[in-house]
Design a protein around this ligand. Structure first.
Ligand SMILES: Cc1cn([C@H]2C[C@H](O)[C@@H](COP(=O)(O)OP(=O)(O)OP(=O)(O)O)O2)c(=O)[nH]c1=O
Length: 194
């Protein structure tokens, strides 16, 4: 029988991405402080937060992730409010940014205790946005719970001119790398022979 898999995330996107693989899991959101430390590089930040989320929740195998949009070294997390969302979208307009997602898989039971992680980077090129586009998009409410104030899988997809790298990574969970971490942690992936 497959070990009990816990997703330490409140994000419906992450749950849906794992559901695409047909994995049975339980959701137990982790409530951790997501503030950036002064001078903390983006890579270190997402990795630290993903590890903290994975360590905050009990389970046989615990999976957690953290996503940040990085624009010229500045980490854009989830916007504080509508004005902050408009500011972020204005900054992303007509330029390229990175999306970093850190994934942490923890297996704590028995002698097989392991903690595995990966940081995946995708590059996104945004169209030049008009003030009307920004105002309309912020009013949809979609940006408010998204890193960098947009959702590539939603209406925000209309602003994305090009992407290099993993699409699922931008949505919040890089599926290829996540499957590999789970496999390495001893989770039987559905395509492996029994
Ligand atoms: C850039 C981008 C981000 N996002 C989302 C993914 C994440 O849910 C969110 C980034 O916030 P996170 O803090 O990584 O995740 P979360 O607070 O939603 O969930 P939890 O901490 O419980 O795991 O932004 C999209 O859905 N689409 C996008 O295109």
């Amino acid at each position: 029988m497959a070990p009990h898999l816990v997703l330490a995330s409140q994000s419906p996107r992450r749950r849906e991405l794992l559901a695409q693989l047909g994995l049975a899991l339980e959701v137990r959101p982790a409530h951790t402080d997501e503030s950036v430390r002064p001078g903390e590089p983006a890579r270190d930040y997402v990795l630290r937060v993903a590890r903290e989320k994975a360590r905050a929740v009990a389970g046989e195998i615990v999976l957690a992730a953290d996503t940040a949009v990085v624009l010229g070294g500045e980490i854009l997390g989830k916007p504080a409010d509508a004005a902050d969302a408009a500011r972020m979208l204005g900054a992303l307009s007509g330029t390229r940014h990175d999306v970093l997602t850190a994934v942490c898989v923890r297996r704590v039971s028995g002698p097989l205790g392991v903690e595995l992680d990966a940081v995946v980077r995708s590059e996104v090129r945004f169209a030049m946005l008009t003030p009307a586009q920004v105002a309309w998009y912020v009013a949809t409410g979609e940006p408010l719970d998204k890193a960098g104030a947009y959702a590539i899988q939603g209406a925000g997809g209309a602003f994305v001119e090009a992407i290099a790298g993993s699409v699922s990574n931008v949505v919040g969970l890089p599926l290829a790398e996540t499957a590999e971490l789970l496999r390495r942690a001893g989770y039987p992936m559905p395509w492996e022979p029994r």
